[in-house]
Unconditional design. Structure first.
Length: 519
């Protein structure tokens, strides 16, 4: 058994995105410098996510902790990606073999099947990870598509069947399927989606119309939280902040275990531990200011736009509110003393010492001397003032303001703003990430605007940068997201936090260690 614990298990990662799940699995080291898992296959169809994934597979082809110096040169923009790959052709070829850019669909099933078989090389201890794209299940997505007659026939409802097909084709000893919390309540044609998915996952070949095969799985949740019963779907809900992730990200994780190999084995549960706060996670990153859009950007222009806020007028407009005085005073103090000259980006990297939280052991890189992705977006002048007010409101009250808390002069001129003020629709349209709590869920919506992801420091008056979003998702600081900034935000918002994935890897390794007929 001692020898088996040193085995490195293959991963097949589908719908892989930029690789958050795979990163967590491959970063799990147990008692040596040898990872417990390695990337056999990762499959992704989005071009920029694929490029990010390919680069990370390239790096993982080097021994643990031994990324080449040239990679850091690439991060510093001293060489190109082609230069990097050109200097390590064999490692690049390994990444070419392990990352497959292809859409998971009926037409591509044979290609996918053949590639997985070739890459597994007959190994019988491995794990399938990933989950189908989740927009059609997400609570926000469903609300937007409620009036769409094509919503219930959306093909994204069926993408889990491609995951199911891979299970039926390859019979993994263990699989981990991830999806959004909205899956718990989503329904199609009057049937709960999760009920159907659970039934299919228990008997994947039968669900795919394959007769005469009794392949079956027991399904397990990862959380220790009490639920009403064994069949309660809430057993699959994982609240990331309970497991050291600085983000209130609530997702469904289903662990499937093959009956013929493990019987009624019950996997271990994740072990709860305290998460760092937003401030503890991103507070050491250099302060930078936002840009001004639709105008010539400069510090002076930025300062002058924010400075048009009149704290006395705000105090008058908030008259009658118990927070009127403290908010007006905070605004005045921030305008008079805190709006100092800042640049819009910083590449200065600092490694915090004496860290209390284990998650930061995975985030910081002592070899890194260039901060990647810490550059701000530009915002309209009116939004700058709203961000400034919202962050000042937090400093004064400890709470992020709802639209009803905004003074009239700062309310956006939107058609349904009155409904928002009444708390009936998007009342938290401008949301500050509270400094002394975990953040709210980092979603792909961060790629569109920063309204839900306002930095708590009013003197910076901005939304979160790519690097800050990545930190809150627990990606290592040396993780390079390929593509334009919008694509980088999108990748980060759709990913599984690697630190959470690493803890799931511990559970899965414990299951696989129990199989003795290794090939």
């Amino acid at each position: 058994m001692i020898e088996s614990r040193r085995k490195t298990f293959p991963i097949v990662d589908v719908f892989a995105g930029p690789g958050g799940l795979g990163e967590g699995f491959t970063s799990y080291i147990e008692g040596s410098d040898i990872p417990r898992f390695h990337n056999a296959v990762s499959i992704e169809c989005d071009n920029y996510s694929f490029k990010t994934l390919h680069l990370r597979h390239f790096l993982r082809s080097f021994p643990h902790g031994e990324f080449p110096d040239e990679y850091y040169q690439y991060l510093r923009r001293e060489i190109t990606l082609s230069d990097l790959y050109g200097q390590f052709r064999q490692n690049k070829e390994l990444a070419d073999q392990s990352v497959l850019k292809i859409e998971l669909c009926k037409e591509n099933r044979k290609t996918v099947r053949d590639h997985i078989v070739e890459r597994l090389k007959g190994r019988n201890r491995w794990v399938l990870i990933g989950g189908p794209p989740c927009q059609a299940y997400s609570l926000v997505g469903r609300s937007r598509m409620k009036g769409d007659p094509n919503h219930e026939s959306d093909p994204r409802h069926k993408l889990y069947k491609e995951y199911l097909q891979i299970i039926a084709d390859h019979e993994p000893p263990v699989f981990v399927m991830e999806n959004v919390k909205g899956l718990l309540s989503a329904h199609v044609n009057g049937e709960f989606v999760l009920t159907k998915i659970l039934s299919d996952l228990k008997s994947p070949k039968s669900a795919q119309g394959i007769r005469g095969d009794a392949l079956g799985y027991t399904l397990h949740g990862l959380s220790e939280e009490n639920v009403s019963g064994q069949d309660d779907p809430k057993q699959f809900l994982v609240r990331s902040e309970k497991y050291g992730v600085p983000q209130a990200r609530h997702r469904v994780f289903i662990v499937g275990v093959r009956k013929d190999l493990f019987g009624n084995t019950h996997p271990d549960k994740l072990k709860p531990h305290k998460p760092p706060s937003v401030r503890e996670t991103i507070g050491d990153l250099p302060p930078i200011r936002s840009g001004v859009s639709r105008n010539i950007d400069s510090f002076t222009a930025w300062y002058n736009e924010i400075g048009t806020i009149n704290p006395s007028l705000i105090r008058t407009e908030l008259d009658g509110c118990e927070y009127a005085d403290v908010v007006a005073n905070e605004l005045r103090k921030n305008i008079e003393t805190k709006l100092q000259h800042l640049e819009r980006q910083s590449t200065e990297y600092r490694v915090a010492l004496n860290r209390e939280f284990a998650v930061f052991d995975e985030v910081y890189d002592t070899r890194l001397n260039f901060l990647e992705g810490h550059e701000t977006r530009s915002h309209m002048a009116s939004d700058l003032r709203r961000y400034f007010f919202a962050a000042s409101f937090v400093a004064a009250t400890g709470e992020s303001p709802k639209l009803a808390n905004f003074p009239r002069s700062l309310l956006p001129n939107h058609r349904n703003i009155s409904l928002g003020c009444e708390g009936k629709m998007f009342s938290d349209r401008f949301r500050v990430q509270l400094p002394d709590q975990p953040s709210t869920t980092i979603t792909s919506h961060i790629s569109k605007d920063g309204h839900y992801f306002i930095h708590y420091d009013a003197s910076q008056c901005r939304s979160l940068t790519v690097r800050e979003a990545a930190r809150l998702q627990t990606f290592p600081d040396n993780y390079k997201f390929e593509g334009p900034r919008t694509a980088q935000y999108h990748q980060i918002g759709n990913a599984v936090p690697p630190y959470l994935a690493q803890q799931i890897a511990v559970v899965v390794a414990g299951i696989l260690d129990r199989v003795t007929n290794e090939q």
